[in-house]
Ligand binder design. Structure first.
Ligand SMILES: [Zn+2]
Length: 276
């Protein structure tokens, strides 16, 4: 029940304007026509404190956006959402495509995720030699410093010479804090891989609510490898698409004992270490 039909998925992918107007709403179909707004479930501080046993179904998450990132129940793997498709990138190197029949399952809930209905407003081609270089691209696009106090969504498609990424293996017990989980993270490096990066640049003041700075996930074109980006270098120019976000919707866990008892201190330095 409430399965997302394939057709809805394709419409979302190809038509970013009116895809919900002429069709009934289904689980997984975006309710709002409003583009480039952020919807986030829970806050990074809660994840830092180990709140990852409960969450919302992916079918619900997809009603709020078609691109995004996050994690899964018990912090098992990294999430990337591209064109309304959800992938779980795991520490054993495997990537699982969450098919439409699994989007409502309790086992695929997300305790923390950020999504947007992505409609790029600026597109360019650029070569990037490291993660910091992204700021130069944004400057060139006229987004910095003008939009430094807004959220940005960023998608890059193309060939990458090198990507250093990490994947979290998950909690070993309920409530295990993210720094402890991340201490066992698997770090790997791809070379010469074609793929897609999606993520957000969140302003400094959002630290504790979300990940301040660039938070980017990568998945290869063949959808077999990916994770949370620590460093990157493109192979020549890649396509860079960006949107500025002025509206942020935050949903906090309701009736979640772990969240209610969490110590939400907004540990800026700690978040920077684990989300680097
Ligand atoms: Zn991440």
């Amino acid at each position: 029940m409430n399965q997302r039909p394939q057709s809805a998925c394709h419409e979302t992918q190809n038509n970013t304007d009116n895809n919900t107007k002429n069709h009934p709403k289904h689980a997984g179909q975006i309710k709002s026509n409003k583009m480039n707004e952020i919807y986030q479930y829970s806050i990074i501080s809660a994840l830092m404190d180990g709140v990852a046993s409960s969450g919302i179904p992916l079918s619900t998450l997809l009603t709020h956006g078609n691109h995004g990132l996050g994690t899964f129940k018990s912090m098992v793997g990294e999430m990337i959402v591209l064109d309304s498709e959800v992938y779980q990138m795991k520490a054993d190197g495997s990537v699982i495509h969450i098919d439409s029949s699994s989007l409502t399952l309790q086992s695929t809930i997300t305790p923390f995720a950020t999504v947007t209905k992505f409609q790029p407003t600026l597109t360019t081609r650029a070569s990037i030699s490291n993660k910091k270089d992204l700021s130069n691209i944004l400057k060139r696009l006229g987004l910095l410093p003008r939009s430094r106090n807004h959220f940005l969504s960023i998608r890059m498609d193309g060939a990458f010479k090198s990507i250093t990424f990490r994947t979290c293996g998950g909690q070993t017990f309920p409530g295990e804090k993210l720094p402890s989980v991340a201490s066992r993270q698997v770090t790997e490096r791809f070379t010469n891989e074609n793929g897609t990066i999606f993520g957000f640049r969140c302003p400094d003041y959002s630290s504790g609510i979300n990940v301040a700075g660039d938070h980017l996930h990568f998945i290869s074109d063949d959808r077999r490898r990916g994770g949370h980006i620590l460093e990157l270098e493109t192979d020549g120019e890649v396509e860079v698409k960006v949107a500025v976000i002025h509206k942020v919707h935050m949903e906090l866990p309701d009736g979640d004992d772990e969240f209610d008892k969490a110590d939400l201190t907004g540990d800026k330095e700690g978040i920077a270490v684990v989300e680097g």
